[in-house]
Design a protein around this ligand. Structure first.
Ligand code: ATP
Ligand code: MG
Length: 350
């Protein structure tokens, strides 16, 4: 094994502009966790005036098997969700990851910067590969390296995501710092800030208070999909795992009750209330009273987004136009950064 010769840490002040970037995998139906942990926050950030890049992570999606016929539809569905949740394609850049070739180019270079030991620590790989590590794709293992490329290709300074991505964002910072240091290019890449705080940074499964709500969970009962109708949402919330006790009066009493805590957190995030306020209203009441209120709130909050998604999906012309335009604008930012990286690394450029 040989490491880079430059071992003295270089100062890493980055002087470029603020830029927000995030992505959602085209790996299935969007759910309430994606809505609260990601989509809602992207829109809030856009509305602060920050330049935002939002991509549909199709290169990431194929780290596990995706039916090619569905992948295109899933890509359009994520784009529809971005638009329906309030992202404005005139202000924000919305694009499919695979349409900007530089993502894969930079990921290869970063594969040669990141260390095996760093990747060995990634808990998402352990969770997703489960007991069948040797049958997982190599892509699933190097997923966080591609994620670092997605972010640093645009020199993004802020990355809003759910809490599950925190470890990957730390790895992105490590890759940026090592690249800047190894190639004696102080401040070339920023060390992006993870924005994982929010009212619901980790929405849990409806069936298991210890597991994250996920697109890839085989049980559809574990999540509320953005495209579920009102009856389905009510049925799923009614069946959500809980304990027999009524809701408590205090937040502290929720700590030992993960399922109850999850439902209260979801209610608070949807209603833009604090959890204390939710408990002030529902403390002492049983789930029989609370669950239908939660279901109604989820339906009312998501219905406008769902309706707009359906409208957009009915004729994908507008979605395709947004994705094509976004891919061109993203490429215009990414290509010069990749050119600089190639020069820094010493690749022949003619
Ligand atoms: P998959 O199971 O295929 O990984 P996912 O449900 O985890 O899908 P991603 O596309 O990986 O969704 O993540 C998109 C965004 O949604 C990321 O910012 C991620 O942190 C966020 N997110 C995913 N699940 C949750 C959750 N349960 N609560 C809050 N945020 C979430
Ligand atoms: Mg995920």
């Amino acid at each position: 094994m040989s490491d880079a010769p430059n071992s003295s840490p270089a100062p890493a002040a980055y002087a470029g502009p603020r830029r927000v970037l995030s992505g959602i995998q085209a790996s299935g139906a969007l759910h309430l966790g994606n809505y609260l942990g990601a989509l809602k926050r992207f829109t809030q950030l856009q509305d602060t005036g920050a330049p935002c890049l939002l991509f549909v992570a199709d290169l990431h999606a194929i780290t596990v098997w995706q039916d090619p016929a569905l992948l295109t539809a899933q890509t359009r569905e994520i784009a529809a969700a971005y638009l329906a949740s309030g992202l404005d394609p005139a202000r924000s850049i919305i694009f499919p990851q695979s349409a900007v070739r530089a993502h894969a180019d930079l990921a290869w270079i970063f594969n040669c910067v990141a260390r095996l030991g760093w990747l060995d620590r990634m808990t998402q790989f352990k969770e997703k590969s489960g007991k069948h590590k040797e049958r997982s794709s190599v892509g699933l293992y190097t997923y966080p390296v591609l994620q670092a490329a997605d972010i640093l290709l645009y020199k993004a300074t802020e990355v809003p995501t759910g809490e599950d991505q925190k470890q990957h964002l730390e790895l992105t910072r490590d890759i940026a710092a090592k690249f800047n240091n190894d190639f004696n290019a102080p401040g070339f890449f920023p060390l992006p800030e993870p924005l994982t705080q929010g009212p619901a940074p980790r929405v849990m499964s409806l069936r298991d208070g210890a597991a994250k709500m996920s697109k890839s969970d085989p049980s559809d009962q574990s999540r509320i999909n953005l495209t579920d109708d009102a009856d389905t949402i009510l049925a799923k919330v009614r069946k959500a795992k809980t304990d027999p006790e009524p809701l408590p009066e205090t937040i502290e009493a929720l700590d030992a009750r993960p399922e109850a805590k999850n439902l209260v957190t979801i209610y608070a995030a949807l209603a833009d209330l604090s959890r204390e306020q939710v408990l002030a209203e529902f403390g002492g009441q049983g789930f029989g009273a609370f669950k239908p209120k939660l279901a109604d709130l989820a339906v009312a909050s998501m219905a406008p987004v769902t309706a707009e998604m359906r409208r957009l999906m009915a004729d994908p012309t507008e979605i395709d136009r947004v994705l094509k335009d976004g891919a061109e604008r993203a490429t215009a930012i990414a290509d010069p950064v990749l050119d600089d990286v190639k020069q820094i690394v010493g690749f022949w450029r003619g």
